[in-house]
Design a protein around this ligand. Structure first.
Ligand code: UD1
Length: 416
């Protein structure tokens, strides 16, 4: 079994670059289903989830090829609209194939993804939206079978909460529907904005992305295009915390600092010196961070995918921090692992109280999800002695060469 072995105590220094966002590229790969032909995506990270998505698309008939950080996808005129359970289980983002398949083939067979590392994660709003657009669903032996008579119809869909997945899925269907679709209370994440821009490059008519009201005028057909993926704000934020937790000085390039406003503000409150410019940010960490409270919220609030990394930092803060997680009920599962390293954290429902300790002590721990895994490595950078992080396949889902990049900043870290 592969582990990441970290010896704590080094201050990280230097410059590190980030690649395209996992949560954007997966959806942009799926978007290729909407148009036959040769698509090209650049700035694509070589991470496990991208490989799984390529595998899923190949089951639909798409031929994917990677060349460095460029991905070419050849989409056939006829698609096989059937997703296998083993892939859907491994990668929840598979569910966004529903929208394009319904729009283009009029049929989709996708196993229900069920729960995952972060908890229950229902898709009821996706399905309600598609039903309003004229699709019918039945659940047969765990497989969701969706069908549309003729073409999907544009309509107004009001989301009870600005769900990223539901907004993307509905957008991916509405671009080829007949008439106008209005998504009310849409998610405003940068990855949604990038998705809308991507679809617009393909010929879609979309306005309002980045606001709570997205309007989509359906078109008859879309084109295959070439495009670069928006930078990964979570990868950038993770290296920002690496600087913060080691009292280091790290510049992150290839990123969009405005996408991390709240997270950088909280790092500054914790005592970091934060500078930013066009396409870069620089974080200098204090010897010991200050306690900071935060709550995870939809963009532009504090990102839930930055929560565990920030808690790792606050575990060594001077003072007590209170963290509220508003998105996922199982997000705190890693807290028990941090406790093995000496963190003093109690959780109650969706709240965590973190009493900062003076030092962490290296220990064998297990990654419980992508960001929790990244956070345990960060804690290991600060801890005394050796930390061994197991279940690293979680980290590999979302970070290309996490270990190599941290090592290039001076961390004593290796895979074993
Ligand atoms: C996406 C990201 C994930 C990120 C999250 C929030 C991907 C693959 N995942 O997840 O990394 O943490 O956005 O930025 O891009 N909900 C329902 N019913 C639905 C849909 C959502 O109840 O039909 C609830 C969810 O349980 C959750 C909340 O709404 O509590 C937000 O979920 P959503 O924004 O959809 O997150 P994902 O798209 O699953």
């Amino acid at each position: 079994m592969t582990e990441i072995v970290v010896e704590g105590g080094r201050r990280l220094r230097g410059t590190v670059g980030v690649l395209g966002a996992k949560n954007a590229v997966l959806k942009e790969m799926v978007a290729t289903l909407l148009a036959p032909g040769l698509h090209r995506l650049s700035n694509v990270p070589d991470i496990l989830d991208v490989r799984l998505m390529a595998e899923l698309l190949s089951r639909f008939g798409v031929v994917c090829r990677r060349d460095g950080h460029e991905l070419t996808l050849v989409v056939p005129a006829e698609l096989r609209p059937e997703a296998p359970l083993e892939l859907v289980r491994q990668m929840r983002a598979s569910i966004v194939a529903l929208g394009p398949l319904l729009a283009r083939v009029g049929e989709a067979r996708v196993p229900l993804p069920g729960g995952d590392d972060l908890g229950a994660r229902p898709i009821d709003w996706h399905l309600e939206g598609f039903e309003r657009m004229g699709a019918h669903f039945e659940l047969v032996h765990g497989v969701l079978i969706g069908r549309v008579e003729g073409r999907l119809r544009g309509c107004e869909v009001e989301l009870p909460f600005p769900s990223v997945g539901a907004t993307e899925n509905l957008m991916l269907a509405a671009v080829l529907a007949k008439g106008e679709t209005v998504i009310v209370n849409a998610a405003r994440e940068p990855e949604i904005v990038d998705q809308a821009r991507h679809l617009r490059t393909m010929g879609a008519e979309i306005t309002g992305e980045g606001t709570a009201l997205i309007r989509i005028q359906g078109v008859d057909a879309l084109d295959a295009v070439e495009r670069s993926v928006v930078p990964d704000r979570i990868e950038a934020g993770t290296f920002a915390v690496a600087a913060a937790i080691t009292g280091g000085d790290v510049t992150v390039t290839g990123c969009v600092p405005e996408h991390l406003r709240m997270e950088l503000r909280k790092l500054a409150e914790a005592g970091c010196e934060v500078d930013r410019g066009d396409g870069w940010l620089r974080v200098r960490g204090p010897d010991r961070p200050r306690a900071v409270d935060f709550a995870t919220l939809p963009f532009p609030g504090f990102h839930t995918d930055m929560h565990p990394q920030m808690v790792a930092l606050l575990s060594v803060a001077d003072g007590t921090s209170v963290v509220t997680e508003n998105l996922y009920d199982a997000r705190f599962r890693y807290v028990g692992e941090l406790a093995r390293m000496g963190a003093d954290i109690t959780t109650e429902w969706q709240h965590a109280v973190i009493r900062g300790v003076e030092r962490l002590s290296g220990a064998p721990v297990l990654a419980t999800d992508i960001r929790a895994g990244a956070a345990l490595v960060l804690a290991g950078l600060r801890a005394e002695g050796i930390t061994r992080v197991g279940a690293v396949e979680h980290i590999d889902r979302g970070y290309e060469d996490y270990v190599g990049k941290l090592a290039s900043l001076g961390a004593a870290i290796r895979r074993a």
